[in-house]
Design a protein around this ligand. Structure first.
Ligand code: OAD
Length: 264
């Protein structure tokens, strides 16, 4: 399916970064099992207690800083650099797809085609709550009290992580680009997402409803599984390099964990 598709949209979620050491949200050790999203990831929480919210993001930035892209991120980056018509879309805020893109392109290469459409922003980008400017920032933030909160270099207002919080709209340009690529796709590869958070999950549902072949890589069943033409119940870092590097293999040569759903 991947070899035969002219246009492929890839939707990834926290599961693709799990083997890099980044915690997922809803799994057994998921972040939303230990923390309450309404206290940490809403505009109201930030207004109420910016120190607490910033401590949580400073901690997550520190965790992710020690993580490296895994074989799945790298295989997708190589695929997007090797072939035209690939659109990577991610819900992840960890920046690992972009890092894989730079690694795959090498020092002289252009990572552009392998840079993902980031639907939920990035924890390594900050946005001013006053003037709205955004910029990349990977510094280790130590937040003990209000005096440590980061301020805008231009207008002095409080900075926030440039991520989408519960109750906030997704960035319009990114969302419409992702949905457009989904509608045009012949194949949709969905990796490591519970597919329950909308409108991000709509990318996969849209591709499927417009006739794309749907391939799911996930350890567990999701609302997409019943629609998928192929379900691979295997860890992303093992299986993604196999399937995206498998162009040219005769059909059926992969065998292994593939389970044909027969089309829905
Ligand atoms: P979830 O934590 O909801 O789901 C992770 C999915 O990855 C689950 O379906 C797991 O079964 C699967 N998984 C875990 N490890 C895997 C592995 N090694 N290989 C393959 N699959 C694996 O994460 P998301 O679906 O990304 O929103 O969550 C969506 C959004 O909810 C996030 O972007 C975040 C969160 O609230 C915002 O930050 C706005």
């Amino acid at each position: 399916m991947i070899a035969g598709a002219e246009r492929i949209v890839v939707l990834t979620g926290a599961g693709i970064s799990a083997e890099s050491g980044v915690p997922t949200f809803r799994g057994e050790d998921g972040l939303w099992r230990r923390y309450r999203p309404e206290e940490l990831a809403t505009p109201e929480a930030f207004r109420r207690d910016p120190v607490l919210v910033w401590q949580w993001y400073a901690w997550r930035r520190q965790v992710v800083s020690s993580c490296r892209p895994n074989a799945a991120h790298l295989a997708l980056a190589h695929l997007a650099l090797r072939r035209s018509g690939i659109c990577l879309v991610t819900q992840n805020v960890d920046g690992l797809h972009a890092e894989a893109a730079r690694e795959a392109a090498g020092v002289d290469g252009d990572p552009g085609p392998a840079l993902p459409v980031e639907l939920h922003g990035s924890i390594f980008r900050l946005r001013c709550t006053g003037c709205g400017c955004t910029f990349e920032d990977r510094s280790a933030l130590e937040i003990h009290g209000v005096e440590d909160l980061p301020g805008c270099g231009r207008c002095g207002a409080l900075l926030r992580p440039d991520v989408v919080w519960f109750g906030e709209a997704l960035p319009m340009r990114e969302l419409s680009l992702a949905l457009q690529r989904a509608a045009e796709a012949d194949a949709c590869l969905v990796v490591g997402t519970s597919a329950v958070v909308f409108p991000a999950a709509e990318v996969a549902f849209r591709a499927w409803s417009q006739g794309a072949r749907l391939i799911e890589v996930n350890l567990e069943e999701t609302p997409l599984s019943a629609r998928a033409h192929v379900v691979l119940r295997a860890p992303a870092a093992s299986v993604v390099p196999l399937i995206v590097g498998a162009e040219g293999l005769e059909s059926g040569a992969l065998g292994g964990p593939a389970a044909e759903n027969g089309g829905a």
